[in-house]
Each structure stands twice: as structure tokens, then as C-alpha cells.
Design a protein around this ligand. Structure first.
Ligand code: PHE
Length: 338
């Protein structure tokens, strides 16, 4: 029994099997227990010999089980360690890196152009007060120019901003002119009640800019905007200033750039006239300065508003504004940052 048992024990190759063997050999129903239990039927003088023999067998089996158990446990740990070993020389799984949205890349490019000219970036509110969106920009209630921008109203005083000019009005109010002129740009999302199609969107991005100081002239407007446009679109771009109308500037201009070929489709959007409009601008209206508590005799300057979507469309040859907002990864992943 002992030999047979030990053989079985040594053959066992997992802990559960070993435990089954132990129960079979040494358990309540096992042969050893049976022998010991049968002792009471034996003659008195036989008992010590049988008893000590049975105990010896039991001890030998127990010892053998213990040894085997330790061996199996060690093997198990070693196996585990071997399996969990990290091969640091294996090549990794590449992590897909995202990029900033093409609109944000355009904002960043424009920001760096204007930061280089001493403008600072301000951030306003998408949900804006009616008085900053219209009133303080020389558009009193019932002013016909309000119709130029079809508006989403939240209530009669609060609306979704229709342009970035409210940032101008707010910054003008806060600026301390004893510290020097005010030069700000304000990029952000604007909203208009429009039916979405290839060239219209009910929400898009604009960047406002304003430079107000003691001796800021129309020449500064032209120089600043020409420089910024050429930085963005390329030095060979021709620029044209056309008279226009905005309630918050007088005189007002619209700025066109000459058409150009680029590497994409849809670049040649203006092949008929040779020009395409890229922004509105003008000399800040005295009423806007007054509404902000700034002396229009002492201070003056210019403001502009440009469409960021349009800048990106022209630069990259995108012919449908909706592509910016559909978040199709195949579209977006084309615009990786340098
Ligand atoms: N706010 C004007 C618009 O959205 C753009 C503009 C800004 C024009 C500043 C002139 C000066 O159409």
C-alpha cells in the first residue's frame, strides 16, 4: 500500500489530483483509517505492532504527499513567473495620435500671426447679452442692420452671439488706456439662423480683432491686415480693399484676396471675378467707443472680423463647410500638424 501510494503521489501532476490521492489514502474512508478502526477487533497483544505499522505507513505517505505538494507548488509559481515575464525588447503596439481639429489649427496659426504683432487673445461668451451683441455696437433696437444677422434668441435680452464683435465691446470697456493702446483678437464660435448647405452653417467660427489707441489710422488697418493675410495665405497674395457698410465701423471695408491655385479641389472658387472676399473691417465707429466709455476724440482705431472656416476652406481647398462639423475621421486626419 505504501509503495503503491507513493508511486501515485509522485505521479500526480497537479495540486487537486494530489489532494484527491490524499483523501483516498488517508481520509476517513481510506485504508489506513480502516486498519486503525479495525484495531478493536484484534487481540490485545497484536494491537501495538499493527498500530505502529499503520502509523508508519501513514507517516510515510503523509511525508511523501507533503514533499510532492511543495514540489508542485514551486513548479506552479515558476510556471507563473515564466508566463508573466515581460519581454521588453518586443516592439510595442503603436498608439494612434490625434490632432487638433483643422479649425483649431487655423485659429492657432492666426493667433500666432497676431500675437507676433502685439495683439492679445481674449475669450468671450457664446451665450451673450443682447446689449453687447448689438446695442453697444451702434445697433439700437429696430436698427435695420440687425437683420443682417439672423439671430437665435434665448430670451429678449440673451442670445447666441451672431459675431465676435461683442468681445470688442467688452474689452474696450475694461481696457485701461493709461497703460497703452488696446490690441485684442477674439476667436470663437458664432451662431446664425441659416439653413446649412455647402457654404452656410448655423454655427461657424470667426475671429474679431481690434486696435484702439491715440494715433491709429486706416493705414494701420491696411498694413496689419495685408501682413496677416499674406502670412496666412502666402506672400504672393494680392489684396483689395472695397468700401462697405457695417454699423460698428465708419468707414467700413471688405477685403478680397486674389484667387490662387492650391493643391486641393475647390481652391479655385472665385475663377470668375479673380477675387474672393475674406473679411470685413473698418475704423471703429465713435458711437462704439462712447458706449464703452472711451473718448472718441482722443482715441480711435480699427476693427476687423474674419471667417475662420472660410480661411481654412480657401487655404486647404475644402468646398463644403459641413465637413468641419461632421467629424469624419477620414477628413480630419488629413490635417496633421507639422
Ligand atoms: N462683425 C462683422 C460680421 O460678423 C465683421 C466685422 C467685424 C466687420 C469688425 C467690421 C469690423 O459680419
Amino acid at each position: 500500500l505504501q509503495k503503491q501510494g507513493i508511486k501515485e503521489i509522485e505521479k500526480s501532476d497537479d495540486l487537486k489530483q494530489l489532494n484527491d490521492i490524499r483523501v483516498n489514502l488517508l481520509g476517513k474512508k481510506g485504508p489506513i483509517t480502516e486498519v486503525l478502526r479495525g484495531m478493536r477487533d484484534l487481540a490485545k497483544e497484536e494491537r501495538p505492532a499493527v498500530g505502529s505499522f499503520a502509523n508508519k505507513v501513514r507517516d510515510a505517505l503523509t511525508e511523501s504527499i507533503e514533499t510532492r505538494k511543495q514540489a508542485l507548488e514551486t513548479a506552479k509559481i515558476e510556471h507563473q513567473l515564466a508566463q508573466e515575464k515581460l519581454d521588453v525588447t518586443l516592439p510595442g503596439t503603436p498608439v494612434k495620435q490625434g490632432t487638433h481639429h483643422v479649425i483649431m489649427q487655423t485659429v492657432e496659426t492666426l493667433e500666432s500671426v497676431f500675437l507676433g504683432m502685439g495683439f492679445k487673445v481674449v475669450l468671450g461668451y457664446e451665450v451673450e447679452e443682447e446689449k453687447y451683441n448689438f446695442e453697444k455696437l451702434n445697433m439700437p433696437k429696430d436698427h435695420p442692420a440687425r437683420d443682417m444677422q439672423d439671430t437665435f434668441y434665448i430670451n429678449k435680452d440673451i442670445l447666441m452671439r451672431t459675431h465676435m464683435s461683442p468681445d470688442e465691446a467688452r474689452t474696450l470697456e475694461q481696457h485701461d488706456f493709461s497703460t497703452g493702446p488696446m490690441k485684442m483678437i477674439g476667436p470663437g464660435r458664432v451662431y446664425r439662423r441659416d439653413t446649412d448647405d455647402a457654404t452656410h452653417s448655423h454655427q461657424f467660427f470667426q475671429m474679431e480683432g481690434q486696435y484702439i489707441g491715440e494715433h491709429v489710422t486706416m493705414a494701420d488697418l491696411k498694413g496689419t491686415l495685408s501682413f496677416a493675410i499674406r502670412q496666412f495665405f502666402g506672400a504672393e497674395r494680392k489684396i483689395r480693399f472695397r468700401p462697405s457698410y457695417f454699423p460698428f465701423t465708419e468707414p467700413s471695408v471688405e477685403v478680397d484676396i486674389s484667387c490662387f491655385k492650391c493643391n486641393g479641389v475647390g481652391c479655385d472658387v472665385c475663377k470668375h471675378s479673380g477675387w474672393i472676399e475674406v473679411l470685413g473691417a473698418g475704423m471703429t465707429h465713435p458711437n462704439v467707443l462712447k458706449a464703452a466709455g472711451v473718448d472718441p476724440v482722443k482715441y480711435g482705431g480699427f476693427a476687423f472680423g474674419l471667417g475662420i472656416d472660410r480661411f481654412a476652406m480657401l487655404k486647404y481647398g475644402i468646398d463644403d463647410i459641413r465637413q468641419f462639423y461632421q467629424n469624419d475621421i477620414r477628413f480630419l486626419s488629413q490635417f496633421t500638424e507639422a
